[in-house]
Design a protein around this ligand. Sequence first.
Ligand code: ZN
Length: 171
Amino acid sequence: MKTSLTVATLAVTCMFTLNSCGGSGEKTPEATQPITTEATPPLAEKITNVLTLSGNDQMKFDKNELIARAGETITLTLKHTGTMEKNVMGHNFVLLKQGTDINAFAQKALKAKDNDYIPKSESANILAHTKLIGGGESDVITFKLMEKGTYDFICSFPGHFAVMKGKLIIR
Ligand code: ZN
């Protein structure tokens, strides 16, 4: 009984989210047919501007790649899944303008302890950033990028950027 209920639930879910069920990947025969105006491109379905990223006590982000759409508000939630305090294992998300020298940026960030390692002198290179958080904390930010492309993000806590970095791809 429980099994059939689950199947029924899945079927109902599929009815409401037709596009995401049945593995409608690019390799299906349907994808080779001319795209009608009412069809949503497969790529667009997969991109959501609601992003989550976690940092842990092992000084790692859980993702090194995030994807979002250009021209629409992006909501990013940064979570610290560890237990260590932010003065020991603090994490933030700092999104850098394309072409920013990450090493040079991180060197300046090192000296910006009084501003949670966000160097004010580099504000022109910072597209968005969260606050610095410790274990169990989280922060949510919203921002928007108009230009498609690949952007670097790092944690600017001293010594973390070498490992805690990734790419935000805007499509
Ligand atoms: Zn960190």
